[in-house]
Write a protein that binds this ligand. Structure first.
Ligand code: SF4
Length: 262
């Protein structure tokens, strides 16, 4: 599946097409492992077991114990990235997540009201975590955070650790879910009508319809990713998030003349 377009490439393309280029050129990503980064990993691990919080009569202590377990296990789960981490960074990350638990509880309660506790549990009790999906027909592969069964059919869910929008879901989350839904449909020969985004830091869970326009967009973006993979260096977008980019050290700011001919 080496030449397959990854769903994560499409997400990267939406942030900045050059990120895709550097990934395929084999450039190492310079990642800063600071307390905020580790806090995001911890909260993502906690979210895997949010069903326990929904079922608990004492949500605060259930969440606190999830935090302690996740903080303890994080270096084992993310060994490739955190093997040599300073324990002080884990401790600061744990404090950071601990200060947000009230917000997580109110988000989970809000989601229980919006979706119903039964449906929320259907989402949190995934059939499989991080299954690898691929479509030979489309030359695309990807992995949702959860594979679910909703309304009698398979659905995927992604767990995000960034900000939640006031309403609905962010555009790149919607497109990521659409791409994953297309892969699910190919695998199970079904139609996926809805996907789920979990904004774990806020305990907010939102469903999103899989729209025809987004399906079209995903296929177009996959085509653009293929061109970049074949060697075309894209222009740098005016609003590229360079300040937070791990490729900034090797990123050429202007498009080379040679690359224009690809
Ligand atoms: S440094 Fe800026 S232009 Fe280069 S890949 Fe990163 S975000 Fe894109």
């Amino acid at each position: 599946m080496e030449d397959y377009v990854r769903v994560s490439d499409i997400s990267n393309y939406l942030k900045c097409p050059r990120k895709v280029y550097y990934t395929y050129q084999g450039h190492e990503l310079t990642r800063t492992v600071n307390p905020s980064y580790v806090a995001a990993l911890i909260i993502k691990e906690m979210a895997q077991d949010f069903a326990e919080v929904v079922n608990s009569e004492d949500m605060a202590s259930s969440l606190q114990s999830l935090l302690e377990i996740s903080a303890q296990q994080i270096t084992t789960i993310y060994r490739d990235e955190l093997a040599d981490i300073d324990p002080e960074i884990i401790s600061q990350a744990t404090t950071q997540v601990g200060s947000q638990l009230d917000e997580v509880i109110s988000g989970i309660q809000e989601s229980m009201q919006a979706l119903g506790a039964g449906r929320l549990l259907d989402i949190f009790n995934s059939l499989d975590d991080e299954p690898i999906l691929y479509s030979e027909k489309l030359g695309m592969t990807g992995s949702p955070d959860r594979l679910l069964m909703l309304d009698g059919g398979p659905t995927s869910s992604i767990i995000r650790t960034g900000k939640a929008p006031l309403n609905g879901v962010w555009k790149d989350d919607r497109l990521r879910l659409t791409a994953l839904s297309i892969l699910l449909e190919d695998k199970h020969d079904c139609t996926v009508g809805v996907g789920v985004v979990e904004y774990a830091r806020y305990g907010i869970v939102r469903e999103v319809p899989i729209r025809r326009a987004d399906r079209r967009k995903v296929l177009t973006l996959a085509g653009r990713v293929r061109k970049i993979r074949d060697g075309r260096l894209p222009d740098r977008p005016d609003d590229a998030p360079c300040d937070y980019c791990g490729h900034v050290e090797h990123c050429q700011v202007t498009q080379t003349l040679a690359s224009r001919f690809f």
